[in-house]
Design a protein around this ligand. Structure first.
Ligand SMILES: C[S@@+](CC[C@H](N)C(=O)[O-])C[C@H]1O[C@@H](n2cnc3c(N)ncnc32)[C@H](O)[C@@H]1O
Ligand SMILES: [Zn+2]
Length: 286
């Protein structure tokens, strides 16, 4: 399988083919002459020239997320996802994985590494943030695309075996279109009470309502819920990690970093918080 299998032109829907230079991704182009050059960090911005209403995660938010995740605080969530993807893809020779709303690509990297034969697998990471895709482009076997999940995805019908959708928008109709029948979608959302003890100190947005039923509704008729798992992670965070945790989430769009640092310094010591997630596993039904 080629890394560009399953990609289609967002303008005319013909296949997009990857051209490389010195083994690095250089350009995606279709036979009708539409083309997208790789950014120097290796990702492709297919949204170039299109306006979008969504505010991308900025450089500081993405840097905070990368540093927090790379420190391993959410490793047990990554492991749980890895186990599920490994089971779902068992027996497939060259599995394809889509990470919709991939952020820095941390979970995708971990999931790929959990496969018995990672070199046979290939992945596409999609996110609206250019800063996130700069990092996701470094994940082995992965093409990183800047795109808006609320638009028709630049991907062929039934071209993926598994889909990850972690704290990101769920476009059930498009997810159903690009996943093959029998394919697996893993959707991760926060449980009620996620990070609740630290919400005030960290300036987090309101405590999340229970999203389980909403996820099932937004995945739509193309999916059947096949399993649910809860992952709770007690965190003991120093000031820097607590700062990153606050900055990497949706509150990072609004927080004043200086004021947050002052609050954390004043509180002193370590912050004890419980992260609480729900993984919902869906099967694509024909
Ligand atoms: C909370 S982050 C989660 C990222 C990653 N899955 C993780 O867990 O580290 C949400 C991600 O969704 C992306 N996002 C938000 N709206 C989007 C949209 N309309 N299309 C594509 N990505 C979007 C953001 O840029 C951000 O990277
Ligand atoms: Zn085209």
């Amino acid at each position: 399988m080629n890394p560009d299998d399953g990609l289609r032109c967002p303008v005319c829907r013909l296949a997009l083919r990857l051209q490389t230079q010195q083994a690095r991704p250089a350009r995606l182009g279709c036979e009708a002459g539409h083309g997208f050059d790789a950014a120097k960090q290796g990702y492709f911005n297919l949204l170039a020239g299109k306006g979008t209403n969504f505010k991308e995660d900025g450089a500081q938010m993405v840097a905070a997320r990368a540093s927090f995740l790379d420190a391993g605080h959410y490793e047990s969530l990554a492991e749980a996802l890895g186990r599920r993807v490994r089971t779902a893809l068992r027996g497939l020779e060259d599995p394809r994985i889509l990470d919709a709303g991939a952020g820095t690509g941390y979970y995708l990297r971990q999931v790929l590494e959990a496969l018995p034969e990672v070199s046979a697998a290939s992945a596409v990471a999609v996110d609206i943030s250019r800063y996130a895709m700069r990092r996701a482009a470094k994940v082995p076997h992965t093409l990183a695309l800047v795109w808006d999940l609320w638009r028709e995805l630049p991907l062929e019908d039934e071209s993926f075996d598994a889909l990850l959708n972690i704290f990101s928008p769920h476009n059930g109709a498009e997810f159903a279109r690009v996943l093959r029948p029998g394919g697996t979608a893993l959707v991760v959302t926060p449980l009620p009470g996620h990070l609740a003890e630290g919400a005030e100190l960290l300036g987090l947005l309101g405590i999340a309502a229970d999203k389980a039923a909403g996820v099932v509704a937004s995945m739509g008729d193309g999916f059947a819920l096949s399993a649910t798992e809860e992952v709770r992670i007690p965190l003991v965070l120093g000031q820097e990690a607590a700062f990153e945790l606050a900055m990497m989430g949706p509150a990072g769009h609004h927080l004043d970093p200086g004021a947050l640092r002052d609050r954390l310094a004043e509180a002193g010591g370590t912050t004890l918080i419980t992260a609480a997630f729900r993984i919902q596993e869906f099967r694509r039904i024909p």
